[in-house]
Design a protein around this ligand. Sequence first.
Ligand code: DP6
Length: 330
Amino acid sequence: MLTKKATARAHPNIAFIKYWGNKNNDLRLPVNGSISMNLAGLETITTVMFGDEILEDRLMLNGEQQTVEQTRRVSRHLDHVRHLANVDLRALVISQNNFPTGTGIASSASAFAALTAAACSALDVHPDEAGLSALARLGSGSACRSVPGGYTEWYAGVDHQTSYAASIAPAGHWDLIDLVTIVNKEHKAVGSTDGHQLADTSPLQAARIADTPRRLDLCRAAILQKDFEPLAAIIEEDTLMMHSILMTSSPPLLYWLPATIRVMQAVQSWRAGGIPAAFTIDAGPNVHVISTTGWKDKLVGLLNELEGIQDILPTTVGGPAQIINEHLIP
Ligand code: DP6
């Protein structure tokens, strides 16, 4: 009996400059670069166990055996790693999120970052960080940004090797927080993978792509200089641009709920009153309220006074994806 196993941990990330649309859907080569921050406090821990007695890939997610259909995306991803290792072993994948699925937190980023790191380690494939990030990208685009630590930038690139993320500042660089403000726990009707394919149907997408270098430069500079005001301005603008694409795609995707807009407006008025707070929203109705650690309790209190808030998950800046074999799930 031959078994090779490893366990990895990765954090989800929140994009400040968003990835929306691919120039190559199979390789997940994005039309624009993006910048994000890893979220400490939220994590996926994944054990991958390859064995010659395992007849087909199996996936246990949060203690529940997944169907063949649900396992397919994971299985296809493992094929890339098997190919690099030149083996044909099937695997048992055991994955756990410490955040509830369906809370609007993109679990695919932490899931594919942890899966890639664990599968590579188990099969003794050791790409450098850029190579690991590029590999994770094949499973889910945003996963490439959860491989390096802290604040990361995904370079769009022109082919598989050149499309990866790297850290632009470590987690300890700036004590930002993300108060993930849940206004709806339901699963969204259209997932990101399908959404990316609609991006080009919006006549506004070309303008958004052309303008991306400006937004990336402003966001990167604000992070490096730890300057909250310009960061707030550019991340809110980027969110509104991406949602303009969503709303004008065909079919259109309108994710905002009344409580979404309530939080957006409250955040802007708190900022006008001197509190460092800014919103960013992925392809869903929940709002990520970005601030700094010292303002956490004040902002949680203010958010809880708003109508329609179901939950608030406070997070700080997270490190890179890591192998943690001491946590090996038996
Ligand atoms: C709106 O990375 O989830 O969160 O590559 O199909 O897995 P796939 O898409 P995914 O898209 C994320 C879109 C976003 C913006 C972002 O995280 O940059």
